[in-house]
Write a protein that binds this ligand. Structure first.
Ligand code: APR
Ligand code: PHB
Length: 415
């Protein structure tokens, strides 16, 4: 057994854990990142790929913008497709900002490369992470992360603070005693079948489609790679979806008058993603702080998951620096105590927006023979959004991303 100490023990090398480690490093604070999977695995895991405007600004400011600006695709809006036609929402015109399409695994690659260049302590392929010595106070005993390292040795890591950045199924949230967390959740009666294809995009902007057979999304990763999604039943086996069936369903659901069919190509990745909304309150228990998917899940329709994870660790990084760094105000745990409340305003806004987009764009009734009333309500909402500047602006403001909490205080925004 080896016993060491660190200032911040971080569980999980997704966008939340890696960015937190980088932000802390910029503030002169040391951390150790513990990740169950291999570096190769986390760098290749295909996830969503829309960066909000405040996310891009933040990544720029902390020196992570180079490849993102070179390879990311800057979009100024989205299309909504329904009733056999496409309607463009011009975010630049509506709210003066756009979004950047850049895969989550590219963000992860950039972060890993940067942390390793800076001598960061990233430990991949660790096993059996357990968190103990949590007494629920900010100034009591130090928590301990016990972990089997890749070399088979058991390490004990005593931490001033622990960041649970280990996703929905990770071990940190469940390390707190029963009854600490108040959770809110919603399941949806469908999942997404996502594919990556070697085919050039058929549109300059993303297309969100509501069709009689359910939702479809046309997205992209580069001028030669598209990313597409189909609403499917939750228990879908990808084996039931050969490539021809996927393309034919995408063509049907994304068909619009006057538009050419999608360009097809070899499918190089297929996966089914469940749809769920979930929030944990508070996002802190003593010296344990939850961030990203460990604390909250959104259905992917609003593309908020990675952006929320990044916003959380921005707040957490500042609060930890405030507590641990020298200089004026040093030592105060005021921002750490405020962490949960500071994040939750933004979290619930994103929860609502993601639920709203999901509810507007999916068929909820495919399994039970149809609900014409519900269908008409959704069509009415889509038509309103496509024709009312007020409705379109509300969608655009949420989609491009509200200011980060720390900045919004200075700017007087509500979240
Ligand atoms: N021990 C160590 N690491 C673990 C463990 C464990 N027991 N359990 C999970 N992890 C790791 C996962 O392998 C993963 O790499 O925690 C990491 C969590 O990363 P993400 O799932 O990417 O979560 P987060 O960083 O919060 O980013 C949220 O990811 O799921 C998407 O849609 C979501 O875009 C959002 C983003
Ligand atoms: C993606 O490109 O993977 C993507 C885009 C928009 C979403 C979800 C996923 O809403």
């Amino acid at each position: 057994m080896r016993r060491t100490r660190t200032q911040v023990g971080i569980v999980g090398a997704g966008p939340a854990g890696l960015l937190l480690s980088h932000l802390l490093h910029l503030d002169g604070i040391e951390s150790v990142v513990l990740e169950a999977k291999s570096r190769d695995y986390v760098e290749k895991r295909v996830r969503a790929g829309v960066l909000e405007s405040p996310t891009v600004q933040l990544l720029d400011e902390v020196g992570l913008g180079d490849r993102l600006h070179r390879d990311g695709l800057r979009h100024t809006g989205i299309h909504l497709a329904f009733d056999g036609a496409r309607h463009h929402l011009d975010f630049e015109d509506l709210v003066g900002q756009g979004i950047t399409v850049y895969g989550q695994q590219e963000v992860v690659k950039d972060l890993i490369a940067r942390r390793l260049d800076d001598g960061g302590d990233l430990r991949f392929e660790v096993d059996d992470v357990t968190l103990t010595e949590l007494d629920g106070t900010l100034d009591g005993q130090r928590p301990v992360l016990t972990v089997t390292a890749a070399d088979g040795e058991v390490d004990e890591l005593e931490c001033d603070y622990v960041a649970g950045c280990d996703g929905f199924h990770g071990p940190t949230r469940t390390a707190a005693p029963h009854g600490v967390w108040h959770t809110f959740d919603r399941d949806y009666p469908f999942a997404w079948l996502g594919i990556l294809a070697e085919a050039p995009p058929s549109s300059t902007e993303l297309i969100y489609a509501y069709s009689p057979r359910g939702f479809a999304l046309h997205s992209m990763r580069s001028p030669s790679i598209t990313r597409n999604y189909l609403q499917v039943p939750p228990d879908t086996d990808v084996g039931d979806w050969p490539d021809e069936r996927i393309w034919s369903e995408l063509q049907y659901r994304l068909d619009a008058e006057g538009e050419p069919p999608l360009t097809e190509g070899p499918i190089v990745d297929k996966g089914v993603t469940p749809m769920r909304s979930f929030v944990t309150e508070p996002m802190q228990y003593g010296r344990l702080f939850l961030a990203g998917d460990a604390a909250h899940i959104v259905p992917p329709t609003g593309a908020k998951g990675m952006n929320l994870a990044i916003a959380d660790v921005w707040v957490l990084g500042r609060a930890l620096a405030h507590r641990l760094r020298g200089g004026p105000g040093a030592g105060s745990d005021e921002l750490l105590r405020a962490y949960s409340d500071t994040c939750l305003g933004r979290v619930w806004r994103a929860e609502h927006f993601s639920w709203f987009m999901t509810s507007m764009l999916h068929r909820f009734d495919l399994a039970d023979g149809g609900d014409p009333f519900q269908h008409q309500l959704q069509l009415s909402q889509l038509r309103y959004t496509a024709t009312s500047r007020a409705a379109a602006s509300s969608l655009a403001e949420n989609y491009v991303g509200l200011p980060l909490p720390s900045r919004s205080a200075a700017q007087g925004a509500a979240v």
